[in-house]
Design a protein around this ligand. Structure first.
Ligand code: AMP
Length: 357
């Protein structure tokens, strides 16, 4: 049960915006930060004291880097399991460990695991080839969502599919890779639980945001979500079971569909800080990035008390030119320092504070 000393050094695998905000939070708590990522000039590298540029599969490089740090964390879920396993086998502290990565990198494994934690998911079928799609679609009532098992994000790597479509062509368009065919969930809204578990097993959950997606990308999170007390408690209990079963240390996000009758269907979980939790920085005593760093350091978790009603909206590459016109005057803006503002890619977010509660 090692607890990091003041001024220790935290290594972050991944150089994106989440790494950047984690590095800022770590610096706020007095830690030194080193980023490890393959990209040059990455958003996180430019705010950390040190950055090493090398591939995740270069096991000697990654271990040598990790040995200069007191604890390692990751800011994205596609860090190779073999890399993290190598670090752990060689005595490095990696929080949150291996199991959450293993479970979240493959959609079928993830849904099977969620179900084993008594967390319902959409109905799903494993798809290995185009011919598997027809019979599965029949069982789903003629329509579904075909998703690649791995590497999908922000609505990429998925396609709606219905009886009569060209199954083979759709499967090919997704790269002819193992897929999952999910039933379409007739949800009333989408919400997420941002949970944190400390090294001693203590668990806290932030208030639940309602999340609106556009073209598969999160557009807006609003807090509080319009949910009954009972639904919120169900969501908190599910997230708590998940982090406990994973023996998780750090912040994790569990995304749900809410059915018209209030039942919760889990979509997926992210073993990291999450876009739908960005508002916690402005609206809660302890933001999600600081919370994650506290957990990684083995320190006690901070209060998740929320002092404001808030709305968070993502800024995409195409929004940059009209940002001044569209952002409310009472908003707090965060930009990620990406060198190119690509269409459809997140480059920042703003948080509108809607008054104290
Ligand atoms: P995902 O890539 O799984 O996070 O999906 C992105 C978005 O697509 C979700 O936030 C939903 O808005 C929608 N979506 C994903 N899976 C389903 C489903 N099984 N039924 C209905 N909508 C879905």
């Amino acid at each position: 049960m090692s607890k990091l000393k003041f001024g220790a050094r935290i290594g972050i695998l991944g150089g994106g915006q989440l790494g950047r905000m984690l590095a800022g939070a770590a610096a706020k708590l007095g830690f030194d930060v080193s980023i490890y990522c393959p990209e040059a000039d990455a958003p996180a590298s430019r705010v950390a004291g040190e950055s090493v540029r090398a591939g995740y599969n270069q096991l000697d490089r990654v271990l040598a880097w990790a040995q200069t740090c007191d604890a390692i964390t990751y800011e994205f879920e596609n860090v190779p399991v073999s890399t993290v396993g190598h670090l752990i086998r060689n005595g490095q502290i990696v929080r949150p460990g291996l199991k959450a990565l293993e479970m979240s990198q493959d959609r079928i494994r993830e849904k099977t695991f969620l179900r084993s934690c008594a967390i319902p998911t959409a109905e799903f079928f494993a798809i290995q080839c185009g011919d598997d799609i027809g019979p599965a679609l029949t069982q789903l009532g003629g329509a579904g969502l075909l998703k690649t098992c791995s590497d999908g994000y922000d609505g990429k790597g998925q396609s709606r599919i219905a009886a009569g479509d060209d199954d083979e062509a759709i499967f090919r368009a997704l790269g002819s890779r193992p897929c999952v065919l999910e039933g379409l969930v007739p949800f009333r809204c989408e919400v997420s639980v941002i949970a944190a578990r400390g090294l001693q097993g203590d668990i806290v959950c932030y208030d639940i945001p309602e999340n609106i997606h556009k073209d598969g990308i999160l557009k807006r999170s609003t807090v509080p979500a319009a949910l009954t007390h009972n639904i919120m408690q169900d969501a908190f209990r599910a997230a708590s079971r998940l982090v406990e079963t994973l023996d998780y240390v750090g912040v994790l996000a569990l995304e749900f569909f809410v059915l018209p009758d209030g039942r919760l269907i889990a979509n997926e979980f992210a073993p990291r800080v999450h876009n739908s939790g960005h508002w916690t920085v402005e609206a809660c005593l302890t933001g999600q990035f600081e919370q994650h760093i506290r957990a990684v350091a083995g320190w006690s978790l901070g209060s998740v008390e929320r002092t404001l009603d808030v709305e968070m909206e993502n800024v995409l590459g195409e929004d940059l030119d009209n940002l001044d016109d569209n952002m409310p005057a009472t908003a707090s803006l965060t930009l990620y320092g990406k060198r190119d503002a690509l269409r459809g890619r997140k480059i920042g977010h703003w948080v509108r504070l809607n008054g104290s509660i």
